[in-house]
Design a protein around this ligand. Structure first.
Ligand SMILES: Cc1ncc(COP(=O)(O)O)c(C=O)c1O
Length: 384
């Protein structure tokens, strides 16, 4: 029997929405009283969702990979920044189902976390292509699409960065049902607030849709970690609505949920810093506190920024009597790859990351690509 509460609460979905169970469910919902003055701060440990590679992608991929298998595809092409957790998760979980993964990687600031993820890609067997920037990525997708049209025997599933769509968003509707049950088991009411990092917005959209579907009096704080040109309120609300409508088409009674989304969303704008992947002092402080007080590891690109917003909220609401839930979305289960060996196998296009030198590949946007090139002359990681 599935441990996904979407199927338990809405049995009609067993026959209408394919799903392959890959993760360790339910993930723990732990109290972490020492981190802030808020005694009911809880961490949803989705970092533990899969033993090979955990994090938020597992809930999404259980639905996407079921779709991939059902349609008879054998290869997935997807994309992300150099340190993409999404591409890593697709490679790790896809391999479990006998699927090959091709990853298209665009620039982001290179740090130890990014380097370690690149090495893991090698270990997970990803076919890696460095596409520099967004236009490069789009051209690669197009090229692969056209070449597969000419060779229909190579059945390739094209999955866009972050894997956020109406289907995968159902994964975080299920997470809300899971959280609600766990709170009940601990004798706690619905949370006043849920905090999550928002990149492509699918995780936030699922949580928002889940809150509305369950009729909870909870505000979702989606913490922006990407440039506003890539994510806005409408994208999150729109995706949540599409996902609820998908449920309705598959036989679930959604009531007024789709019209009650906007009021339950707070998009937190103050934690991005200079851009995607750039460190902030607030994120570093949150990372330190989670580690020292609760032994929980966060990273700087997503979870550190979301945790910083969550800690500020807790500090400003000393009298809050309802729980506050922080969703831990970054894997903490994978082990680091053995560096020397993986580095040798890294495609030549990626070696510049390890050499501590600029990429020296000509960026087609020549500094006009704000999310990636704005800090151009100061830091040493970008295309020249
Ligand atoms: C660790 C982590 N947290 C949060 C997110 C954001 O998820 P979404 O793209 O669904 O907004 C990502 C996306 O890559 C991620 O890797």
């Amino acid at each position: 029997m599935s441990t996904n509460f979407l199927y338990e609460d809405y049995p009609v979905l067993q026959d209408t929405v394919p799903h392959v169970e890959l993760g360790n469910w339910p993930t723990p919902l732990e109290r972490v009283p020492g981190i802030s003055s808020q005694p009911l701060l809880l961490v949803k440990r989705d970092d533990l969702s899969h033993s090979l590679y955990g994090g938020n992608k597992v809930r999404k991929l259980e639905l996407i990979l079921a779709d991939v298998k059902r349609k008879g595809f054998r290869e997935i092409v997807t994309a992300g920044g150099l340190g993409s957790h999404h591409v890593l998760a697709v490679a790790a979980l896809g391999r479990e189902l006998g699927l090959r993964t091709t990853g298209l990687f665009f620039c982001q600031p290179v740090n130890e976390h990014v380097l370690s993820n690149l090495l893991l890609e090698v270990e997970f067997g990803t076919e890696m292509h460095f596409v520099r920037d967004y236009p490069g990525m789009v051209l690669h997708y197009l090229g692969i699409y056209l070449s597969r049209r000419l060779n229909p025997r190579r059945k390739t599933y094209l999955l866009f960065p972050g894997g956020s769509n109406a289907l995968s968003t159902l994964g975080y509707i299920a997470a809300v049902l899971e959280i609600r049950r766990q709170l009940r088991e601990q004798g706690l009411p619905d949370p006043a607030a849920i905090f999550v990092a928002a990149g492509t917005g699918g995780t936030a959209a699922g949580l928002l849709a889940g809150i509305a579907l369950a009729g909870m009096d909870t505000l979702l704080h989606a913490v922006r970690v990407v440039h506003p040109s890539l994510l806005g309120r409408q994208k999150i609300v729109g995706l949540a609505r599409k996902s609820l409508k998908l449920l309705a088409r598959r036989g679930v009674e959604i009531g007024e949920a789709a019209s009650r989304l906007d009021e339950r969303l707070q998009l937190e704008e103050g934690y991005l810093g200079e851009g995607y992947g750039f460190d902030t002092a607030a994120a570093q402080e949150a990372i330190r506190r989670f580690k020292e007080k609760a032994g929980i590891t966060l990273e700087g690109c997503y979870t550190g920024k979301a945790a910083a917003a969550c800690l500020d909220y807790c500090a400003a609401r000393d009298g809050e009597t309802r729980p506050v839930v922080f969703i831990h979305t970054a894997s903490s289960t994978h082990r680091a790859s053995s560096r020397a060996e993986a580095e040798r196998e890294l495609p030549p296009d990626f070696r510049w990351c390890f050499a501590g030198s600029p990429c020296r590949r000509r960026c087609s946007l020549k500094g006009r690509n704000r999310p990636f090139c704005e800090i151009a002359s100061r830091d040493n990681w970008h295309c020249l």
